[in-house]
Design a protein around this ligand. Structure first.
Ligand code: NDP
Length: 245
């Protein structure tokens, strides 16, 4: 599907690596002015070197105030993609430390709330609508053992999607979630890289493979675009039918 985002301004979090990086590049290739936000400067430097038109924002999303200050410098945007997240080492529920859960919720949920507030307000004030995509996970709808914080964070992101769909929808600002199964980025490799770990989950997926980064990026582009102009509040699995299992 061809996308023309000329004249649009987009901000992508977690754009230093993985899905966020490829999304930032795809948005720029489609003509958007792109702000790429991430925590590790070296990753942003290499993105800037690759695509000089992309503006980079170096901030740790754990830091609510610093994130808000950085967002305030950006001005108006049309598209916000809350993609950044991390998934700590897995741990049985009964042994999971409070800090492990709180840390995940701070980055994966609170940062998305923070940015959705800042840019939601700007979008309302400008009055020209907008689109937000929250990158959730199949873990938001199907529980997996050993990652209570991550699972909670993705279920919360899906509810945040519905919250802003409801409250910002009247201003023609749409919010949707994408919920991929495993994607072989750094995060995917860390948890599912070993065949003995990946086989079980692959067996649940009727299509017999994991999702490609491209497949997630293109779904996000669709949801941002006017092709999806009546799609609001959707939690959209990208999982090859895994949830049918
Ligand atoms: P990666 O680990 O490859 O990349 C994560 C990105 O998020 C990095 O750029 C990282 O920054 C950034 N990030 C993490 N913590 C922070 C922070 N505190 N402040 C700023 N930036 C931060 O992950 P993926 O590309 O695989 O994941 C992207 C999204 O897709 C996430 O929301 C993830 O939960 C979701 N997802 C991934 C799946 C998978 O199997 N890979 C499956 C389902 C959903 P830095 O470059 O600085 O490290």
């Amino acid at each position: 599907m061809p996308f023309d985002f000329s004249g649009k301004r987009a901000l992508v979090t977690g754009a230093g690596r993985g899905i966020g990086r490829d999304l930032a590049k795809a948005l720029a290739a489609a003509g958007a002015s792109v702000y790429a936000l991430s925590a590790t400067k070296a990753n942003l430097d290499s993105l800037k070197e690759e695509i000089p038109s992309i503006q980079v924002i170096h901030v740790d999303l754990n830091d609510w105030k610093a994130t808000r200050s950085a967002a305030e410098t950006v001005g108006h945007i049309d598209f916000l993609v809350n993609n950044a997240a991390y998934s700590p080492e897995w741990c049985p529920f009964v042994d999971t430390p409070r800090e492990n859960i709180q840390g995940v919720l701070d980055v994966n949920v609170m940062a998305a709330i923070n940015l959705s507030q800042v840019f939601g307000k700007k979008m309302i004030e400008k009055g020209t609508g907008g689109a937000i995509v929250n990158v959730s996970s199949i873990n938001g709808v199907r529980v997996m053992p050993g990652c209570v914080g991550y699972n909670l964070s993705k279920a919360a992101i899906d509810m945040l999607t519905k919250q802003t769909a409801l409250e910002l929808g009247p201003y023609n600002i749409r919010t949707n979630s994408v919920n991929p199964t495993v994607v072989m980025t750094d995060m995917g490799r860390e948890h599912w890289g070993e065949p003995e770990k990946s086989q079980g989950i692959l067996a649940q997926i009727p299509m017999g493979r994991f999702a490609e980064v491209r497949e997630v990026v293109e779904t996000i582009m669709f949801l941002l675009s006017d092709h999806a102009s009546m799609v609001n509040g959707v939690v959209l699995p990208i999982e090859g039918g895994q949830l049918c299992n």
